[in-house]
Design a protein around this ligand. Structure first.
Ligand code: AMP
Length: 323
């Protein structure tokens, strides 16, 4: 069993001790070609589901649902399994091609262009979830076509917490379907430009509050890259800085691993209250900071729980304000 961060009482609910809460991640599993201002990589393991599941696996039992082609390498399955991720919900399409994405970052590493997307097997219908997975309590609908995200929701029996992530493409091309998904979300996660795109508001506080009213999600989190994140919740607003990364290599997957760690912490705590969401945001920030220090999922996989705990503590120290 790979190492995992456990939260003792009183942080975790008594029920968490039984280890019953598991995370279901649904998302893309991809091969990425990435160009940054200083480096590049080809055919690297990526996809919203891969990053998110690896991040969640540091905290909770993790199940990954998605689809790959027969070109998906055994060694990449092994990378997921090594972190204890159950891949029984990954469909393998014979003679199909795994989703492919090619992106190029601008000089500041904050924005990027998609140069090419080959849907490959992502255009195929997916098999139903393994029956036992329909009872998963903690759900992450990682960035994917909203129609597919909705199809997962439709199979769930009694979800306790649904986290929904998305991207600019779906806000542009499938907004109505996306809003059908967010209406079922306990937390909807977007980045700053997506928040502006969705609301037409440049002020992120106004945008966050508007999304809380208009998307149907019970809470909304806006990520601001190296400037941290803002959580909008019916009980109030919570702000957290980013971890001060100096060895930025490739921002790909930061958002996905943020979301994965977030849902993983909630499952580990077996709690979904505002305080639990704040703790989840802390660990999500720490885990995302690891992802961006390497290409692909490399740093995420190699990071031990001691490094995650160290970064979480550093963020705590950075933000401690005496009264
Ligand atoms: P992030 O940097 O957190 O936005 O995640 C980047 C990952 O999203 C990459 O590994 C891509 O493979 C994946 N990705 C790119 N385009 C799409 C898309 N249209 N739908 C789902 N995932 C995508």
């Amino acid at each position: 069993m790979p190492e995992r961060i456990a939260f003792p009482a009183p942080l975790a609910a008594a029920s968490a001790a039984s280890g019953s809460a598991s995370v279901l991640v649904s998302g893309t599993i991809a091969y990425d070609d990435i160009l940054t201002p200083s480096d590049s990589i080809k055919h690297a393991l990526g996809g919203s589901g891969s990053y998110a599941a690896l991040a969640a696996s540091f905290f909770a039992d993790t199940r990954l649902a998605g689809i790959v082609g027969s070109d998906f390498a055994v060694k990449d399955f092994e990378r997921l399994k090594k972190r204890g991720i159950d891949t029984a919900g990954v469909n393998i399409v014979p003679a199909g091609e795994t989703f492919f994405w090619r992106g190029k970052y601008h000089e500041n590493y904050n924005s990027r262009d998609t140069l090419e997307t080959r849907l490959g097997v992502n255009a195929h219908d997916r098999s139903p979830l393994p029956d036992a997975w329909r009872d998963s309590p903690f759900i992450l609908l990682a960035n994917d076509e909203p129609r597919l995200q909705h199809a997962v929701i439709a199979q769930l029996r009694a979800p306790r917490f649904i986290l929904v992530d998305t991207m600019n493409l779906w806000i542009d091309t499938a907004q109505a379907e996306l809003l059908r998904v967010t209406a079922r979300a306990d937390l909807f996660v977007v980045n700053d430009s997506e928040a502006q795109q969705l609301t037409g508001e440049s002020n992120l506080i106004v945008a966050g509050r508007k999304m809380l009213k208009r998307t149907g999600a019970r809470s909304v989190l806006v990520k601001k890259g190296e400037h941290g994140a803002l959580l909008f919740h019916p009980e109030g607003m919570f702000a957290i800085p980013s971890y001060p990364v100096t060895a930025l290599r490739d921002p790909t997957g930061a958002g996905d691993s943020f979301a994965g760690a977030f849902i993983g912490v909630l499952a580990a705590l077996d709690r979904v209250d505002f305080a639990a969401l704040r703790l989840a945001a802390l660990y999500a920030t720490a885990v995302a900071s690891l992802t961006v220090e390497s290409f692909s999922c490399d740093r995420l996989e190699s990071a031990g729980i001691a490094e995650i705990e160290k970064r979480a503590d550093e963020i705590r120290d950075m933000t401690r304000i005496p009264k």
